[in-house]
Design a protein around this ligand. Structure first.
Ligand code: FMN
Length: 217
């Protein structure tokens, strides 16, 4: 089968992309508005931008049911555009997956998903706002750029502080996946855990591998 995007209805485009680009990690993004009101929502159009500087991206690819901007997008915009230019991405573990899904509800601006969904937050260390208290890891970010691609706003944030739960790293600094229990999104209501991992030989391209050029960033 061959498809041309122009010939596809928007829901078909969505189904094809979200069903074929899997599994997607989930950024549980907490942010705060200029009036100090907290917000929390999941985004699975999410990836690493780079590790030096450490940067992440997620994409706000739609609008609220009332056609207004999603609260997260409003909040992470730079101060000169009415936002605070800061946010926190928390990693979603299996134990908190249900709460995460609940925070996707389209609540009115200023109504906090932390409160409505019963998610505990603690103040972030460097940026304003809360991070998810029970998350195995969180990344505090400052917005570097927001790239517009049609109706999608790709938010790029530089990480300014990381939080990693006690015991999650092994002696060599690697993450113990058995302690992370991260959840990925498939399509619709389907999610996936990290239970079915397998290994492949390392071809020597990892920046952490022995022999990788010293000073390479
Ligand atoms: C697991 C999951 C992943 C999601 N990923 C995205 C995404 O990548 N981009 C997006 O625009 N919306 C995504 N959504 C929908 C938003 O979470 C939803 O629109 C939410 O109400 C936005 O909240 P806000 O207005 O407080 O920012 C996702 C929902 C779920 C449950």
């Amino acid at each position: 089968m061959e498809f041309r995007p122009d010939a596809l209805a928007i829901d078909q485009r969505y189904k094809l992309l979200t069903g074929l680009v899997v599994p997607r990690p989930i950024a549980w993004v907490s942010s705060i508005d200029a009036r100090g009101r907290t917000n929390l929502a999941p985004f699975s159009y999410f990836s690493i931008v780079g590790h030096s500087p450490m940067a992440l991206s997620f994409s706000v690819a739609g609008r609220k049911p009332d056609r207004g901007d999603k609260d997260t997008l409003r909040n992470v915009r730079p101060v000169c555009e009415g936002g605070t230019g800061e946010f926190v991405v928390s990693v979603v573990s299996r134990a908190m997956a249900k709460e995460m899904a609940g925070t996707a509800a389209p609540l009115a601006a200023g109504v906090s998903e932390f409160q409505v969904c019963g998610v505990s937050g603690v103040p972030a260390s460097v940026v304003r706002g809360l991070r998810v208290a029970a998350a195995p890891a969180s990344f505090e970010c400052r917005t570097v750029q927001i790239v517009q691609v049609g109706i999608a706003s790709v938010v790029i944030g530089e990480i300014v502080c990381l939080h990693v739960a006690e015991g999650l790293l092994d002696n060599s600094g690697r993450v113990r996946f058995d302690g992370l229990h991260a959840v990925g999104r498939l399509a619709g209501t389907e999610y996936i855990g990290l239970e079915h991992r397998f290994e492949l030989e390392d071809a020597g391209f990892f920046p952490a591998a022995p022999g990788y050029a010293k000073g390479a960033t």
